[in-house]
Design a binder for this molecule. Sequence first.
Ligand SMILES: C[S@@+](CC[C@H](N)C(=O)[O-])C[C@H]1O[C@@H](n2cnc3c(N)ncnc32)[C@H](O)[C@@H]1O
Length: 276
Amino acid sequence: MFTISPRASSSLYTETSVTFVASGMSSTALFSSNPSSPSSPTGRLTMVGAGPGDPNLLTVAALHSISDPEALVISDRLVSQEILDLVKGEVRVANKSPGCADKAQNEIYTWCLGGLAEGKHVVRLKIGDPFVFGRGGEEVLKFRGMGVEPKVIPGVSAVFAAPLLGGIPVTHRGVANQVVMCTGYGREGTSPDLIKYHPDQTVVFVMAVGRLRELSRKLISMAGYPPDTPVAIVEQAGNPGQRTIRGNLVDIADKAERENVKPPSTIVVGDVVAVL
Ligand SMILES: C[S@@+](CC[C@H](N)C(=O)[O-])C[C@H]1O[C@@H](n2cnc3c(N)ncnc32)[C@H](O)[C@@H]1O
């Protein structure tokens, strides 16, 4: 068992550590509940979004964190090798493949706590954005329960980057004025509730290629989607093997099977697929 001394904590969330200013607009780049806490002898934890895989899509803050030579980087399995190659310290990759996700998650906590107990800068590297379908919030709560408050650095989410890289604008005037993001798999493999059809809406699904046939059938039969609703699958967005497969709700599952589509892939449903 590892003993971690809690860092000074505040009951209020104070935001900002780095503020980027562009075109007269400013935005908070980092989220930290205790950015002004004194340095702790027990190490520190930074949760970092790695984006969809292309190192050029890392934020500057993410690059600083992962290239800290003192850092112990605990990475998700889907983070690309090109990004892992930028790590200057030690890197450990969790084997979060289907069927062993919970075991891998426990291993991640053990590795993080071990590094913190040794006073290291532990970087928890997560694909895309940590707070978008990535268990990032769960991990913050878990670490907080252990007396460790991570700093969280956002990442470019595949939900928005994959459509763009596949040539699909998720909103387009006169075509789509709403975007919904969904997962194909809920907790313990359940199917989340379906989003009812709305003609002006784009729906982006992550973690759904394994359920594409069932999903397309149900969108037509239970959620009111016209069978010819355009669908695109963007596989390996931003990575050397990127492909985009286009079709409609009736034929996309067959096309995906023929093309042997694999994760990580993002599915876009709606008329925006055919806009550009
Ligand atoms: C566990 S979710 C995490 C999402 C992540 N937190 C984000 O914001 O992008 C992993 C899913 O994201 C999508 N994804 C991640 N990277 C991708 C990529 N390079 N190309 C296409 N889809 C990707 C896939 O649907 C994959 O199954």
